[in-house]
Design a protein around this ligand. Structure first.
Ligand SMILES: [Zn+2]
Length: 245
């Protein structure tokens, strides 16, 4: 074998698309035994209808819980900003597998203008009050149904930023491994514009966005497991990863 046997690269020949929610379910936060139910909080109708069958319960956490929140603000050309901020109230027990999978599992209607470009990993402390249910499906104007189905956790407003363990960019392609959240808040743009959105490649092997787009001379050709040839144009600079694709 040549040096290719030492590098970690994408085998496009064996790449399989998985069903939304089938990969992250193996890593999701288990809630059983970690919550005690308390008096149900009254929520406005706009919020209750985001839960499947408008069903939710109110709990207090009896130990720390890892949660994930997908967000992203979008700035129109006239400077008007909308979308989902990093301090919003909705979170889940599963990480985003890709942009499209997050849209499906969290039923993120494009009309809400969340760019879904980012995800934060949150450590919810013991003793926190949450409302818990399942993400309700959303039918888009086009008739397309976003199925939802992820756990939906509504945090109280103004939850502190200190709960965030890290941030990452969400991959366009499906993740192969549970992602690292290696970014700090200062690494994120305040909001994205049309020209900046989704332009930064993200490693789907480790979730890092410290990635080099290889110049013509640096690109490498590999042979996949079924004998097809591929030119790899990106390299992950995370020293623990080093994935090429
Ligand atoms: Zn990587």
């Amino acid at each position: 074998m040549n040096s290719q046997s030492k590098i970690r690269f994408c085998d496009y020949d064996s790449l399989k698309h998985y069903q939304a929610g089938s990969f992250n379910s193996k890593f999701k936060t288990v809630l059983k035994g970690k919550l005690i139910e308390i008096k149900k909080a009254e929520l406005p109708d706009s919020v209750t209808s985001s839960f499947l069958n408008k069903q939710y319960r109110t709990y207090k956490t009896i130990e720390g819980l890892i949660l994930y929140r997908v967000f992203g603000l979008y700035s129109r050309t006239d400077g008007y900003v909308r979308g989902a901020s990093l301090s919003g109230s909705y979170a889940s027990t599963e990480f985003a597998e890709s942009l499209i999978d997050a849209k499906l599992r969290l039923a993120l209607d494009p009309e809400w203008f969340s760019t879904k470009a980012y995800e934060e990993k949150i450590l919810l402390p013991k003793g926190t009050v949450i409302n818990l249910g399942i993400v309700a499906p959303v039918t888009l104007k086009t008739g397309t149904v976003l199925p939802g189905g992820a756990d939906q956790i509504l945090l109280l407003k103004d939850w502190p930023e200190e709960w965030v363990l890290g941030y990452r960019r969400i991959t366009a392609r499906q993740l192969i491994n549970p992602p690292e959240f290696a970014l700090k808040k200062s690494d994120l743009p305040e909001n994205d514009k049309k020209i900046t959105m989704y332009k930064i490649p993200v490693c789907c092997y480790c979730g890092n966005s410290d990635v080099t787009k290889l110049e013509k001379g640096e690109q490498i050709e590999v042979v996949g497991s079924k004998g097809n040839r591929y030119v790899l144009r990106f390299h992950c600079n995370n020293p623990k990863c080093g994935y090429y694709w």
